[in-house]
Design a protein around this ligand. Structure first.
Ligand SMILES: [Zn+2]
Length: 90
């Protein structure tokens, strides 16, 4: 397994769901179902979209986690973001 980092690009139009479950900044709730992002639907869509490259998914989520950490720390105590953003990736 290669571990060379790749910068994942956004993939507009590549979402399989009718309604993409996207994060609403700066509170990082799902804009569609209001759960904490990434919600179950977002996770399922991401796993499908990145099924051939989970390394890229981890890089992508790591970047989002850092952004969420910076923004959430201004409004509340951000805790357990690793579990929320990354632990569920296979
Ligand atoms: Zn959602």
């Amino acid at each position: 397994m290669t571990t060379s980092p790749k910068v994942p690009g956004p993939n507009p139009g590549g979402h399989v769901a009718d309604q993409p479950h996207l994060p609403m900044r700066p509170l990082w709730g799902c804009g569609t179902c209001r759960a904490e992002w990434p919600c179950q639907s977002a996770r399922a869509a991401l796993l499908i979209e990145y099924r051939a490259n989970l390394v890229a998914l981890r890089v992508y989520l790591s970047a989002l986690m850092a952004e969420a950490d910076a923004q959430l720390s201004q409004v509340s105590r951000a805790s357990d973001l690793y579990r929320r953003f990354l632990s569920w990736v296979g």
